[in-house]
Write a protein that binds this ligand. Structure first.
Ligand code: SF4
Length: 354
């Protein structure tokens, strides 16, 4: 493909390899750039990206008034700042936002039939109505956007986190290992692929000195994010726990020795919803064979305070099923694919009832 994307196209899809190459020779090393006026503009744009990612409104704002190069650099810088924080859910939000942003630009490239202008109005379209940048982008992400079918393994990998029933395998036509894909679904699948690949690359290995330099902008984000998490989960409400977590607590209280997978699932879950290390240890103290020292060691390790710095995430329902920990799923379970989503729904219901 000898198509060369324009700077504007690259700025709308700044994760493309070509976009990264494009800015490589333009800017000085980051530690120097950050001290310059242009570095401040790029930092502001990077913060806007993160704040939009954290915002519940999820609007995509294109910063057309800025230079395309700054826009691309702000994408990279936002990921560097997030890597300095670092928090898995922040990475999830940021990558979801970037994927949604790319989707927005894919679907708004050409004008609409009711006269609304697209941002890439003069682009060349092929006979099926695909632009060169959309095909270029899809190819880089391993999707043949013009094909009406997708190999089953690729499809399964892309749709696994999607809740929408129309993507479930039982609702699809499968022929000889391929899934039929409707035209209007192709950008959605591309969006998911972008999200997964962007998430896979985070966190970056950022030098400590650079994180220290970025601390004045990273710290306020951390604060806002933590406040949001607390608002979302609020005080720990055990009665809103999903059946799997209730079962683990019940087993613990009854004196059953939890398996490693069980302890891991319960600890990561209650840590994420805001229980501190002491609270978690107190929960384990309900177990008749409670060993304070051993428990604190395990809990601190899982919650990232025990030297390794790795903060683990609670397993999703699919993993819980594999390890035999999905116990007595109820009607709410049918709507979620993560115990945390269950908790959020139930907690909201309880607040609304008050
Ligand atoms: S479906 Fe998910 S939330 Fe429900 S019990 Fe199973 S693992 Fe827990």
């Amino acid at each position: 493909m000898d198509f060369v994307p324009s700077a504007k196209e690259l700025s709308h899809f700044p994760f493309l390899k070509k976009a990264q190459d494009h800015i490589k020779d333009i800017f000085p090393p980051l530690d120097i750039l950050l001290k310059e006026e242009r570095g401040k503009i790029i930092t502001d744009l990077a913060l806007k990206r993160i704040n939009q990612a954290l915002s519940s409104k999820r609007t995509v704002i294109a910063h057309f008034q800025h230079r395309d190069d700054d826009e691309i650099a702000s994408f990279v810088l936002s990921r560097i700042i997030a890597s300095c924080i670092p928090d898995k859910q922040l990475f999830d939000r940021l990558t979801r936002y970037e994927a949604e942003r790319a989707y927005y630009f894919l679907v708004s490239e050409i004008g609409t039939e009711d006269g609304e202008k697209g941002w890439n109005e003069n682009t060349l379209l092929d006979d099926d109505g695909y632009s060169q940048i959309s095909k270029y982008l899809a190819t880089e992400f391993g999707i043949n956007i013009t094909d009406e079918r997708m190999p089953l393994p690729d499809y399964v990998e892309i749709i696994s986190p999607l809740h929408d029933a129309r993507f479930k395998l039982v609702n699809r036509n499968v022929h000889h290992g391929f899934i039929e894909i409707k035209k209007e679904e192709r950008y959605e699948l591309l969006r998911e692929r972008i999200r997964v690949i962007l998430r896979r690359d985070l966190p970056y290995k950022v030098p400590k000195s650079l994180c220290e330099q970025l601390a004045p902008v990273a710290e306020p984000i951390k604060k806002v994010y933590q406040e949001q998490m607390l608002q979302q989960f609020g005080t720990v409400e055990e009665s809103a726990f999903p059946p799997c977590m209730q079962a683990l607590i019940l087993a613990l209280t009854a004196g059953t020795n939890l398996t490693h997978a069980g302890r891991f699932a319960l600890t990561t879950f209650i840590h994420t919803i805001g229980m501190d290390v002491t609270g978690i240890a107190q929960l384990y103290a309900r177990s008749p064979d409670f060993d304070a020292e051993k428990t604190m060691y395990q809990v601190e390790h899982i919650t990232g305070r025990g030297g390794s710095g790795t903060e683990y995430t609670a397993p999703a329902c699919a993993a819980m099923k594999t390890t035999g920990l999905c116990i007595h799923p109820d009607a709410v379970c049918a709507k979620v694919n993560h115990p945390l989503s269950y908790y959020k729904i139930k907690k909201k219901e309880k607040i609304n009832r008050k």
